[in-house]
Unconditional design. Structure first.
Length: 174
C-alpha cells in the first residue's frame, strides 16, 4: 500500500508521515522537501515552485521508484489529482490510499510560527501564500478524492498517528 497524505500548509503532514514510516519501517517521501532540493528554492520563491511543479513529476517518480519497498511507502504532500493517477498507473502492484490532515487556522499559525514566540503579519502572509500555491496546483480537487480526514487539534500529532494506525496500520502488518 502507498499511503498518500495531503493537506494545507502547517497541519503536520511531514511529522505524521515520518512517524508512520518509522513505526512501520517504510520509506517516506516528502514532495515539498524533494522539490526544494531539486529547485534549490524555499517558500520565498513560490512562483518558481508553482511554475515547475508538473515538470518535476518524472524526477519525483524516479526517486519514489528507487526507494519504494515491497510493502509500499508513505508519500507526503500530494496536491494534484493527475499526479495521484500517475502514481496509481506507475505502481499498479500497490493500493493507493489518500488521507488528509486538517487543523484550525490558529493551530496552523501556531505550528508555522513556532520558531518565534508570537505570530506576526509575515507568518500570516507566508502561510496564506503557501496555501494559495497548493490551491493553484490542485489541492481543492485532491480534497474531493480523500477517503478519510484526520484533524490535528492543538498540535496533537500522537492522536493523529494513533488514529491513522488504527485505520490503516493492519494493512502494513504491524
Amino acid at each position: 500500500m502507498i499511503l498518500c497524505i495531503t493537506g494545507r500548509s502547517a497541519v503536520g503532514k511531514s511529522t505524521v508521515s515520518k512517524v508512520l514510516a518509522a513505526d512501520h519501517e517504510l520509506p517516506c517521501f516528502g514532495f515539498g522537501s524533494h522539490q526544494r532540493k531539486l529547485l534549490g528554492t524555499n517558500p520565498s520563491n513560490l512562483s518558481v515552485v508553482r511554475e515547475r511543479y508538473i515538470e518535476l513529476w518524472p524526477k519525483h517518480l524516479e526517486t519514489i521508484s528507487s526507494c519504494i519497498s515491497d510493502r509500499g511507502m508513505i508519500l507526503e504532500g500530494i496536491y494534484n489529482v493527475s499526479f495521484l493517477e500517475m502514481l496509481r498507473d506507475s505502481f499498479p502492484e500497490h493500493t493507493l490510499r489518500l488521507i488528509a490532515l486538517r487543523a484550525s487556522k490558529r493551530d496552523r499559525l501556531s505550528f508555522y510560527s513556532s520558531r518565534n514566540d508570537r505570530v506576526d503579519e509575515k507568518d500570516i502572509k507566508s502561510l496564506g501564500d503557501l496555501d494559495e500555491v497548493k490551491k493553484k496546483i490542485g489541492l481543492v480537487d485532491v480534497f474531493r478524492k480523500v477517503e478519510k480526514t484526520y484533524v490535528n487539534v492543538y498540535g496533537d500529532i500522537e492522536s493523529c498517528v494513533r488514529n491513522i494506525k488504527r485505520d490503516y496500520g493492519g494493512i502494513y502488518g504491524n
